[in-house]
Design a protein. Structure first.
Length: 312
């Protein structure tokens, strides 16, 4: 049966893919966004769809909407963007999430929170399982995001315990794909844009830190499976568990773009996690989740996207 689904942050990178997929399944989608890091361009191909509605709104302010389900994605995701106005990032994760939970409670809607691998901080357990409580600096430059997302999880659980709100928490690991912002400073967009322009590829630190990269279609499938799963709240990891050093990753981008760019080193930002890889055991067991897109295939699609927007 068609549902009415509110997606906050729907004009962002992941939100636009999620909107597309949920519309394709026949649902009504209300996309709510303040366009801080998202853009109309990401969803312009959906604007003619009668089942798609766009609202410019900031979740830090309350809003009255009727919906069966809420996917709460509103929050800048890249370090450059979430540090641009750190206090606003915390407000989005505390006041914004409280508003969305209030809405879910009143409308009796299910709500899914886009949490993050950053709740594990610079992890002392590897790979990261959901029962690991994390190693997070409360006062550093990443804290507005990491701690914001941790409070958001707490709020979700408290609304569940106190008001019986049907909540879902998904911990997203580094996700990439078409419609990532060209200027968001994340490693995938930076390296691809640098390689395509023939500019130096900037590795922060010695490049021995690791990340595990997930193609956006795999993630979106995981999010929808979690929303549809009865009697399971999470938190659950979603991502791809193939792990690469940033140095290896730079080599791969150079090769796939056939680029002559030089690899250069820049200072490592503070609190940059040394390693990160999801333990996907719980996601596999509860959601039958299995990432399907191999890194080279996903990167080629992403490189084609960046070529098209850079008109190369
Ligand atoms: P994004 O920056 O492309 O999307 C975020 C969207 O939220 C944007 O459209 C932005 O304009 C909107 N937004 C920000 N603050 C808002 C506010 N106060 N009110 C209304 N809208 C607001 O980022 P993304 O990569 O698509 O990330 C989406 C969600 O997934 C975020 O919550 C992020 O924390 C989470 N996440 C992403 C990743 C990743 O690797 N991409 C990893 C972990 C978690
Ligand atoms: N990084 C890098 N060069 C860049 C951008 C990022 O070496 O131009 C590194 C960054 O220091 C981190 C990793 O790549 O170790 C992933 O960074 P990103 O900002 O994409 O995500 P996050 O740190 O939030 O996982």
């Amino acid at each position: 049966m068609a549902k009415t689904i509110l997606i906050t942050g729907g004009a962002g990178f992941i939100g636009s893919h999620l909107s597309e997929k949920l519309l394709n399944e026949g649902n009504h989608v209300i996309c709510l966004d303040n366009f801080f890091t998202g853009s109309k361009k990401n969803i312009e191909h959906l604007l003619d769809n009668k089942k798609f509605e766009l609202i410019r709104h900031d979740i830090v302010e309350p809003v009255l909407i009727e919906a069966d389900e809420i996917y709460n994605l509103a929050c800048p995701a890249s370090p450059v963007h979430y540090q641009y106005n750190a206090i606003k990032t915390i407000k989005t994760n505390v006041l914004g999430v409280t508003n969305m939970l209030g809405l879910a409670k009143r409308a009796k809607a299910k709500i899914l929170q886009a949490s993050t691998s950053e709740v594990y901080g610079d992890p002392l357990v590897h790979p990261q399982r959901e029962d690991y409580w994390g190693n997070v600096n409360t006062i550093g430059i990443r804290s507005c995001y990491d701690e914001g997302k941790r409070v958001a999880e707490t709020l979700m659980m408290d609304y569940h315990r106190q008001h019986n709100v049907d909540i879902k928490i998904i911990r997203i690991f580094n996700t990439y794909g078409p419609r990532m912002a060209q200027n968001d400073g994340r490693v995938v967009s930076n390296f691809i844009v640098q390689a395509l322009k023939g500019e130096d590829i900037t590795i922060y630190g010695d490049g021995s830190q690791t990340r595990s990269f997930c193609y956006v279609d795999d993630l979106v499938r995981g999010m929808i499976s979690l929303m549809n799963k009865e009697n399971f709240t999470g938190p659950v990891n979603a991502g791809n568990d193939a792990e690469y050093t940033i140095l290896q990753f730079a080599g791969m981008i150079k090769e796939l773009t056939n680029s002559g760019s030089k690899i250069v080193h820049r200072p490592l930002p503070s609190d940059d996690p040394c390693k990160r890889r999801p333990d996907l055991t719980l996601a596999k067991k509860e959601l039958n989740y299995e990432p399907a897109v191999q890194i080279r295939e996903g990167l080629m699609k992403t490189i084609e996207y960046f070529k098209s927007i850079m008109q190369l």
